[in-house]
Ligand binder design. Structure first.
Ligand code: HEC
Ligand code: HEC
Length: 233
């Protein structure tokens, strides 16, 4: 073989083994997502919604939290083990984003946020479901998870995307600056050193409520006993 031809063969062989980003993304999609979200993310009735226009933002959130892939279309997505390497995840996100121009992955800057403002906004917009200490709470058909595992980017993605039963918040409702403050508060609430009150291991609002009741009952009985003694004496 002539030297030139040899080089040509080597080059072609090398190119054949470099998978293009779209190729790898679409292979991963075909293996893990297509059964519910359909070819090119068009969606399949009763299995999975269309992914056209959801963009890198939703794809990145659902994948980096391990919400997707679901095992069963009727399962409630929740945080679980991420099944993809970093690069595979990025390729999948790029492939889903290529279905149609959706929003990009947000780049929040929590350090620019204001803690007191964040607490106020969190109380107003989020605490109804996630509780004021961000430890999660019970809804009628779902559980609002604790937020201690969510990174800054994930919090921003969740607020803008509104996963599952959570509403999404536009920039009119919560500006990017206010979002930075909320993220700062959520990160602060992860290490609640002196928030006041008892943390009870952050097990959630139900046990705390029960303990409050228990204490209230003891106090009531105590008060009755004291009043009873006074009357008798
Ligand atoms: C067993 C079925 C199933 C599989 C497999 C699955 N999904 Fe989903 N997916 C769903 C369902 C059902 C929802 C709607 C749940 C929700 O709104 O949170 C959903 C929601 C999503 C959303 C949010 C869409 C939106 O409107 O914001 C994204 C993004 C997503 N899936 C990506 C993926 C990717 C990427 C994969 C493959 C790695 C995948 N899914 C695998 C069933 C599935
Ligand atoms: C109506 C109730 C509701 C409100 C209000 C709400 N959320 Fe959520 N949030 C949820 C539910 C339910 C989920 C779980 C979604 C799922 O299972 O797919 C969730 C998930 C999240 C997650 C992902 C956590 C994880 O680790 O899985 C973050 C972060 C989050 N919410 C932040 C916020 C912030 C910040 C606000 C306020 C701006 C807010 N949420 C307002 C109900 C709510």
């Amino acid at each position: 073989m002539q030297a030139g031809v040899k080089w040509f063969v080597v080059l072609v062989a090398a190119l054949a083994f470099v998978p293009s980003a779209a190729g790898a993304g679409s292979d991963l999609y075909g293996a893990n997502c297509i059964s519910c979200h359909g070819p090119q993310g068009r969606g399949i009735a009763e299995r999975g919604p269309s992914l056209r226009g959801v963009g890198a933002r939703a794809a990145d959130f659902y994948l980096r939290t391990g919400y997707m892939p679901l095992g069963n279309p009727h399962d409630v997505p929740h945080r679980s083990r991420v099944r993809f390497s970093k690069s595979a995840l990025a390729q999948l996100v790029a492939y889903v984003a290529s279905f149609g121009g959706g929003p990009r992955i947000p780049r929040p800057e929590a350090a620019n946020g204001n803690l007191a403002d964040g607490q106020e906004r969190f109380t107003e917009h989020c605490a109804g479901c996630h509780q004021i200490g961000a430890e999660g709470g019970y809804l009628t058909n779902a559980v609002a998870p604790p937020l201690d595992k969510a990174s800054a980017v994930e919090i921003a993605e969740a607020v803008r995307t509104g996963p599952y039963l959570m509403p999404h918040f536009s920039e009119k409702q919560i500006s990017d600056g206010q979002l930075n403050s909320i993220i700062r508060y959520v990160q602060y609430a992860k290490h609640p050193d002196d928030r006041g009150g008892w943390s009870l291991g952050h097990v959630g609002p139900v046990p705390e409520g029960l303990v409050t009741w228990f204490i209230a009952i003891v106090l009531l009985i105590g008060t009755c006993a004291v009043i009873g003694q006074r009357i008798r004496s």
